[in-house]
Design a protein around this ligand. Sequence first.
Ligand code: NAD
Ligand code: TDX
Length: 343
Amino acid sequence: MDNLIVTGGAGFIGSNFVHYVAEHHPEVKHITVLDKLTYAGNKENLADLPTDKVSLVVGDICDALLVNKLVATADAVVHYAAESHNDNSLLDPSPFIQTNIVGTYTLIEACRKYHVRFHHVSTDEVYGDLPLREDLPGKGEGKGEKFTPESRYNPSSPYSSSKASSDLLVRAWSRSFGLKATISNCSNNYGPYQHIEKFIPRQITNILSGIRPKLYGSGKNVRDWIHTDDHSRAVWKILTEGKIGETYLIGADGEKNNKEVLELILNLMGQPSDAYDRVRDRPGHDLRYAIDATKIREELGWQPQFTDFKTGLKHTIDWYTTHESWWKPEKSKVEHKYAKNGQ
Ligand code: NAD
Ligand code: TDX
């Protein structure tokens, strides 16, 4: 592969993917990152990569002229760029509609025109939420109690509905126009370079800043955590071995409720397990996500390497502890925005 475009490659998961490909796949000669550098994008996330191998184009995926110019000489596009934070989508949905829907449309039109392979990175949130395991007769192990590629689309928030819309566009372009596309829907990622507005880095950097962590509502909401490196390996598998037109779900059997995760962070950082505040719940807060990853495991032979959440979390805490200059300049702005919202 001579030239791979990674949209959103200066954000959290995209930059981890760029590092992964640069390190493990020398057969990719060049990676072009197309990123608008919104509040969530950071050049520093790519700073240690060789400039002859990785180049950053600062631009908008909605800019059809730019997108066409770049796609015309690409072998594949891996599409991470998005507005990604649920809480922001509840305060102002408009950039979510523009970037997630119009941006995806712009990219798939270009890929259609130039017959370029397209991989769409999406989320498990398109399927809505599941009941808590304790409320299910089979304790969550029965059929229909985790998301599968056949689950019904049922998104709850402006963020997840904009991602669902983008998935449907990709499916339609694949069927109607023969776009060479695959889709992946992954569960909650954690790891280095995640913006400090998100749950895990927010709590770690709160503790490092002497601020009490903030738990929404009861803390019973369950997320299915996966290390971002495992996500990168899965996307690479799908890009190179996945069946065109197919959807793959990515998850590492990492279900934990928010209270458990927060108590583990406090414990790993030497704090009492009740040293946090309960704050206003997220409106429409999804209860539980859980991925059945049988298809990618069995058809593509992918499996997660970070199977111990506590160890992965410890590495993540160490990363934020040793990268204060990366997050500190943003901290008061992020907390001020949450405080205004009672969170
Ligand atoms: P992020 O917010 O950290 O990064 C998004 C990146 O996209 C940023 O670098 C930003 O500058 C860029 N961007 C935003 N709008 C753009 C535009 N119009 N043009 C070009 N670039 C633009 O997000 P993330 O958490 O890394 O998520 C990446 C992708 O993975 C998203 O599509 C998200 O829906 C999906 N996803 C995320 C998770 C998760 O747990 N974070 C889980 C499953 C799927
Ligand atoms: O301060 C907080 N306190 C808290 O209890 C924050 C920021 C969050 N929460 C809760 C809300 C969620 O139940 O923690 C959970 C995780 O919250 P987020 O980090 O905002 O993630 P979530 O809303 O689950 O969505 C994430 O996973 C799926 C990503 O942000 C999405 O981009 C991805 O699609």
